[in-house]
Design a protein around this ligand. Sequence first.
Ligand code: NAD
Length: 249
Amino acid sequence: MLTKNRTAVVTGAGRGIGKRIVTTLSELGYIVVGLDLRFDSNQLPDEKVEFMTVDVTNSDEIKQVFEKIESTYGSIDILVNNAAITNNISQIMKMDIEKWKREIDVNLNGVFYCTKYALKSMTEKKWGRIVNISSIAATGGIDRQSSYAASKAGILGLTKNVTIEYAEHGITCNAILPGLIHTEAVSDMPEHIKEQALKLVPANRLGEMQEVAELVAFLVSEPAGYINGIEIPIDGGSHCNPISLARSK
Ligand code: NAD
């Protein structure tokens, strides 16, 4: 598998799934640049991993960062749009408009900015892989998180448009839709909420961050070059009929 000299940019690389994607791609031999608002002091760069502090909602800053990455490493071959927030828990009528805008800004506009500036290098090199981390909330909604669901659904439309407009340049763009994944944020959820949520998961367990990272690693690989514009749930089967499952438990 050709990984040497391929440069991957991963957003939201400071913790959780993004951090795991950085480690996994770096172990496979890619040069990885992780972007985030902040990084732990124990998350250290090495000769194959660089970290850059940036807000994905700042389009000017994103343009500069992507230009810098391209001039430093010669190309941007892979982009994993992973950064997101979920800080807006409220029914639609009570939803705070500024919080709605911020969530759309990070979760959807940020993906657009990074994609727009990564495509420059990818179209020049006639090769590129973009993986967008969406959510099962994109297709099924999620109670009292309409801004999150809407932002994650928006990503699916953008994914398909990148495919339609850039597949002929050797670029693929696919979306991953995780269900409940065993991250720091999910570990902190109250036990009774986790138990309730697990009733809707046929596998009856949380997904592991490594499982998401391995799927990303496959989608960015050379053999995945004819997979384009698709949405892959990684959710232990919870996109299947949850009503019958809830009844059977
Ligand atoms: P997380 O909250 O642990 O990590 C997200 C990272 O994004 C953080 O390090 C944060 O600092 C960074 N970030 C937030 N706003 C940013 C900004 N404006 N600019 C740059 N970086 C920013 O999230 P996670 O649980 O690891 O989830 C990763 C991805 O997977 C997200 O897209 C999330 O929506 C998706 N997802 C997660 C789950 C789950 O169960 N954890 C389920 C479905 C989808």
